[in-house]
Design a protein around this ligand. Structure first.
Ligand SMILES: *Cc1c(COP(=O)(O)O)cnc(C)c1O
Length: 359
């Protein structure tokens, strides 16, 4: 038997939570694109999650993670990401709100230019986080760099604990069962908003990186017994084991809620779109560059080159090729990240257009 939105909310209410964002985030129709593609296209605005202009999808996860951190009397919070990590920046924001001290380990996928610090790394600095940059050594891959950062953090955390300071560790992307609860809640929130206008989603499109968001949405969908397909668009190379991991994470999130009678099967309960991440993580693609420009020209809304632009490119492709039938109700989940438009040129991509000089 599926659960009702109220029943899921009651289960979520038993978990420790620290209020960080402004919810519900808006859900609104994209009129021009809906007309063009003969569908009802809505956008779920988690870019407006708060606490400032630079929100995003990590805020939902952090409400549950910080709930636990505060409950455990932590003084320091550790987390990880790439140099321009949205997750790390939002974690720093959350720490400042909760009065905890943020320590972040950032793998320098794109090298830091000390003379021209930008975007999220600039915001991390403004908020006074303790920032460790893990520069890749010759022959080291990004994964090696991440692993080295985590080992260094473990040593630093041990040292602090020995001095009597309690530390709380948040994994990269906030991608664990507790964090995913934020997107179980997000799924319920969206369902309530659509129900209020007499609709249910046929498709949801969103960008996926660490699978935390995907797991939460998939778990929420399964709990409510919705017939929706949640299309998770990869932003980095992933094989089919990604769906297995996402389903396992979703099931762990259900365990957190004490739900035992609903289980996800990766074959039938997860969907993965792998064809839009190239040329790689934090590297703009011609399709995402076009999608960013198209959405901004059609609707005045910005998506970003690393995540939401690639997911939006996937959605446009599905719409243009008729993979989404006319008359469908479609939700694009805007996960935030537009600060990347103010990052290094190699992240932003090429939006050059000839300026008209009036000398
Ligand atoms: C982190 C992030 C995602 C991916 O979310 P995961 O839960 O890590 O899969 C998508 N969009 C943006 C803007 C992000 O920062």
């Amino acid at each position: 038997m599926p659960y009702s939105t109220n029943e899921v909310r009651a289960l979520l209410a038993k978990k420790a939570k620290y209020e960080l964002g402004f919810f519900p985030t808006p859900l609104h129709r994209l009129d021009r694109l809906s007309e063009e593609f003969h569908v009802d296209l809505y956008m779920k605005r988690d870019d407006f999650s708060g606490r400032n202009l630079f929100g995003g999808n990590k805020i939902r996860k952090l409400e549950y993670l910080m709930g636990e951190a505060v409950k455990s009397d932590a003084e320091y919070v550790f987390t990880y990401g790439a140099t321009e990590s949205n997750h790390a920046m939002q974690t720093v924001t959350a720490c400042r709100r909760a009065g905890l001290k943020p320590i972040i380990y950032l793998t320098a996928v794109v090298p830091v230019d000390e003379q021209d610090i930008r975007s999220n790394l600039l915001l991390d600095q403004i908020m006074g986080a303790e920032i460790h940059i893990v520069r890749l050594r010759p022959g080291e891959t990004e994964d090696d760099g991440d692993a080295r950062g985590e080992a260094l953090a473990a040593a630093r955390s041990k040292e602090l604990e020995e001095q009597g300071h309690r530390c709380y560790n948040i994994p990269m992307g906030g991608a664990n069962a507790l964090g995913s609860l934020g997107f179980v809640e997000g799924y319920v929130e969206m369902t309530e908003q659509l129900a209020a206008i007499g609709r249910e989603a046929d498709y949801i499109f969103h960008a996926t990186g660490t699978a935390g968001t995907m797991a939460g949405l998939d778990a929420g969908r399964k709990l409510l017994g919705a017939g929706t397909q949640v299309i998770s668009v990869n932003v980095s190379p992933k094989d089919d084991t990604y769906r297995v991991r996402a389903a396992a994470l979703a099931n762990n999130a259900l365990d957190e809620l004490g739900v035992t009678d609903v289980r996800l099967d990766p074959e039938t309960d997860t969907w993965q779109e792998k064809n839009f991440y190239l040329p790689g993580y934090e590297k703009p693609s011609p399709e995402s560059t076009k999608a960013i420009r198209y959405l901004s020209e059609q609707e005045g809304i910005f998506v970003d080159p690393v995540y939401s632009g690639k997911a939006f490119a996937a959605l446009l492709s599905w719409l243009r090729t008729g993979k989404i039938p006319a008359g469908s109700t479609v939700v694009f989940w805007h996960t935030g990240g537009a600060t990347a438009l103010f990052a290094e040129q190699e992240i932003v991509g090429d939006f050059y257009q000839k300026l008209i000089y009036e000398d």
